[in-house]
Ligand binder design. Structure first.
Ligand SMILES: *Cc1c(COP(=O)(O)O)cnc(C)c1O
Length: 407
């Protein structure tokens, strides 16, 4: 008999989960309906504090909004970090609404439209150029608006980062300008009137191996120092991405942040000597918010089919696609789950937790050990703060959208 543990960042109060210091049943009553997402600002604060502690003081921290674009979350983070990274006009509006200095907003992503670029130039944010054509578009928009656009070049590096859940750099890519073509683009920029500030590299996501992250940061800075030699202007901005991962299973080990910090502390003096005006930025999404969130659904039915017990809940992959293993994961693994109202009961039953959609893909927990659940219980999925609601097909089957709250 094992007691089902609360997932590490969250606390418990008697046998109830604490979210933002509030027992889960009270939070559920306050929200008023299930399913819902709740994000704990205390956990976000602690994560930022840990990063500030472990990374050199001169390193700037940016939040990549696509991980969790909820306006309240972005507003909260805008006070804690040094920059926001956006990937669409809608995210740009949310970022500008926080009141953060527009120069601290960077806009990356392939296929930015004419309208998006116009809004970005007008707002004065840093546009991360993903191609020669995009550079030309930004130049003509700049001329038309009479505003000198602030731009950086997103570089597709000439190396790959191993161990990432998702690779976004190295080899052929739709992202960024191939490193070997950057000197040509810089030569073009010389003839155009843009405010060129520096470079951006984002090579991969969900990496738990600190040695590999450290090595890729060394390679990235080597590459950017070489490219800086072709720049007619001083480099003021160097965004070297991040890709820091969080553990989704009991077996996965958390990232050794101290090692990443020590490596950066070795690199910073080299950088300061070569490019004294450059501000080094680390840009993180998942690592800042992923562990702060839970997705809460209610058990609607429990049924036994030919000896196998199913808990049917009122949520599903239409809200939390990643927990079903269908958000690009190579191998399906259960997210950490708990019955939020039976935390200390013995986990003496093996069940499959399924959502309410008419597809066998809607599997939230495959053969998990849980305390014996009753209809009405609250099933909690941890690690749901990043790539949850907005990375899910909410329109599929037409169920209502879940509530979201920051507590
Ligand atoms: C998605 C993305 C991020 C955030 O990635 P995480 O793995 O969530 O930290 C950062 N930068 C860029 C350019 C991205 O596309």
């Amino acid at each position: 008999m094992t007691v089902h543990p609360t997932h590490p960042p969250f606390g418990s109060h008697r046998d109830l989960l604490l979210v933002g210091g509030m027992p889960l049943d009270r939070l559920a009553a306050r929200v008023g309906s299930t399913p819902f997402f709740a994000y704990d600002r205390g956990i976000i604060d602690a994560r930022v504090a840990e990063l500030r502690q472990e990374l050199p003081n001169s390193v700037r921290l940016a939040y990549a909004m696509k991980a969790n674009p909820m306006a309240a979350v972005v507003q909260h983070l805008s006070r804690l970090v040094d920059g926001l990274d956006v990937a669409s006009a809608h995210e740009l509006h949310t970022a500008l609404d926080t009141g953060i200095n527009p120069e601290s907003i960077s806009f990356a992503g392939p296929g930015k439209t004419e309208a998006e670029l116009r809004q970005a130039v007008a707002a004065g944010v840093t546009i991360e150029l993903e191609s020669f054509r995009e550079a030309l578009r930004v130049t003509s928009i700049s001329e038309r608006l009479g505003l000198r656009a602030r731009v950086a070049i997103r570089v597709n590096p000439d190396f790959q980062v191993k161990g990432s859940g998702m690779k976004m750099g190295g080899g052929p890519q739709q992202f960024g300008v191939d490193a070997e073509c950057v000197p040509d683009l810089l030569a073009q920029l010389r003839t155009w009137d843009l405010d060129f500030v520096g470079f951006h590299v984002f090579a991969g996501s969900q990496n738990l191996n600190a040695e590999i992250i450290a090595e890729s940061q060394r390679q990235t800075l080597d590459l950017l120092l070489r490219l800086a030699d072709s720049s007619p202007w001083p480099i003021r901005y160097l965004n070297i991405g991040g890709g820091f991962g969080i553990p989704y299973s009991q077996r996965a080990r958390p990232l050794d942040l101290a090692l990443v910090g020590r490596n950066l502390a070795d690199l910073v003096p080299v950088l300061e000597a070569r490019l004294p005006q450059a501000q080094l930025t680390i840009e993180l999404g998942r690592y800042l918010v992923g562990e702060s969130g839970i997705y809460v659904t209610r058990v609607i039915d429990r049924k036994v089919s030919r000896g196998k017990t199913y808990l049917v809940v009122d949520g599903g992959l239409h809200h939390q696609l990643a927990a079903s293993g269908n958000f690009g994961q190579a191998i399906r693994r259960n997210y950490p789950l708990a019955l939020g109202n039976r935390l200390t009961a013995d986990a003496d039953e093996i069940v499959s937790v399924v959502g309410c959609l008419c597809t066998p893909l809607d599997l939230l927990g495959d053969n998990v050990a849980l305390p014996k659940a009753e209809v009405g219980d609250l099933l909690v999925i941890f690690q749901s703060g990043a790539y949850g609601l907005t990375a899910s097909p909410t329109a599929f089957l037409g169920h209502p959208a879940p509530a979201e709250c920051l507590v």
